[in-house]
Design a protein around this ligand. Structure first.
Ligand SMILES: [Zn+2]
Length: 377
């Protein structure tokens, strides 16, 4: 738990220094991870892949925003970590934030960090931003999401002993995440990987936080080893032999954490994008295979006043495509004829209609599918 009561100015100053170094991977790591994450995105997200330098340049906005005088519950400073092992029986920690607050009080919950819940919340925000086609805001949200996910892959962001202060490893936080990474940044690499759809971002975040926590003792043991090898006693600047030993002992799992952080970021970006109804490939081609046709979400949506409908038909069929209002009354028949197999796109202008929720239904033979759209005049 990162809450202490101090008397005396000298002690407070030293605590501020610890807190100042204890909030993030160094800038090198954040920039690298955010930039590399984009390469895992699937082809249909090419326009997002192309923005990797944007995610890189905004990878540490969240750290820059931090204001240690802000102690409100969702203040920036609590978002970058989860001191999960401060909680009793922490391997079975309730994941519902309200339950946790009821059990331990909001002050303790806040000071232990809110990383997984903030991650979940940002995935929801990103979904909403993508649904309303607010790509400018979405790109900033993607950058921040990348930051918090990367933080949770730093083992020392997932423990109460975040600076080795309980085990005589004081200062290990920044030696590991900043000095060591800066020294060995040329050896960082991420291999192309694929994204996965994450049905519960919160459970997923807990999964990688537990894994990060399991690496804490390895980082501390590596610090002890590097001190012994280099003869450094812990005061002043460590010699380069300290860092080479620290890297030697932590390199393997640290590179794994970098790899996994990039995959987790791309997967949660992809999940938000998929939940916004923007994915067309996998789900829709499965549907075409099953029912002989597929109906994609219109775009843009919401729209004003023009939108595009797209559908695919597997065989020559009698096709009906109609638009209905919120009460289910038919507004317009757009297609009612035999159509050969193929992909179709219809451009529709709704300037004569009032704002509101509408539905469009595609019937192909005995099957039909209905989707919702929103007109904003
Ligand atoms: Zn951070």
């Amino acid at each position: 738990m990162r809450g202490f009561v101090f008397t005396g100015v000298v002690v407070i100053v030293s605590v501020l220094i610890i807190v100042a170094i204890a909030y993030a991977w160094g800038f090198t790591a954040h920039k690298f991870i955010n930039r590399k994450a984009a390469q895992h995105l699937p082809g249909e997200m090419n326009s997002f892949k192309a923005d990797s330098l944007f995610y890189e340049s905004h990878s540490v906005d969240a750290d820059i925003r931090r204001d240690n005088t802000d102690t409100s519950f969702y203040a920036e400073r609590w978002r970058h970590f989860l001191d999960i092992d401060d909680y009793p029986n922490y391997h079975n920690l309730p994941r519902d934030l309200n339950v946790l607050i009821t059990l331990y009080g909001w002050e303790r919950v806040k000071q232990n960090g809110l990383n997984p819940w903030v991650t979940q919340r940002l995935v929801d925000s990103l979904t909403a931003q993508l649904m309303r086609s607010d790509l400018t805001t979405a790109k900033y949200t993607m950058s921040d999401l990348g930051h918090y996910i990367a933080d949770a892959h730093q083992p020392l962001h997932c423990t109460e002993n975040y600076d080795g202060q309980f085990t005589g490893n004081n200062g290990i936080h920044s030696r590991y995440e900043t000095s060591m990474i800066n020294t060995y940044q040329s050896q960082l690499r991420v291999f192309p990987d694929s994204t996965q759809y994450i049905s519960s971002p919160l459970d997923y975040a807990f999964e990688y936080i537990y894994h990060s926590n399991s690496l804490v003792d390895s980082v501390l043991a590596a610090d002890d080893y590097a001190k012994a090898i280099s003869g450094w006693n812990g005061s002043g600047t460590p010699p380069s032999s300290y860092y080479s030993a620290l890297w030697q002992k932590t390199q393997s799992f640290t590179l794994d954490q970098f790899q996994h952080a990039t995959v987790a970021i791309a997967s949660l970006w992809y999940t938000a994008w998929f939940n916004a109804g923007l994915s067309t490939d996998v789900k829709e081609s499965m549907e075409l295979f099953k029912t002989g046709f597929s109906l994609l979400q219109n775009y843009p949506n919401p729209f004003n006043p023009v939108t595009h409908f797209r559908f695919e038909i597997g065989d020559l069929s009698l096709v009906s495509f109609k638009v209905f209002n919120f009460l289910g009354q038919e507004i317009e028949t757009i297609v009612n004829s035999q159509l050969p197999a193929g992909s179709y796109e219809v451009v529709w202008n709704a300037e004569h209609l009032p704002s509101g929720v509408y539905f469009y239904r595609l019937e192909v033979g005995a099957h039909s599918k209905t989707r919702k759209m929103i007109l904003v005049q």
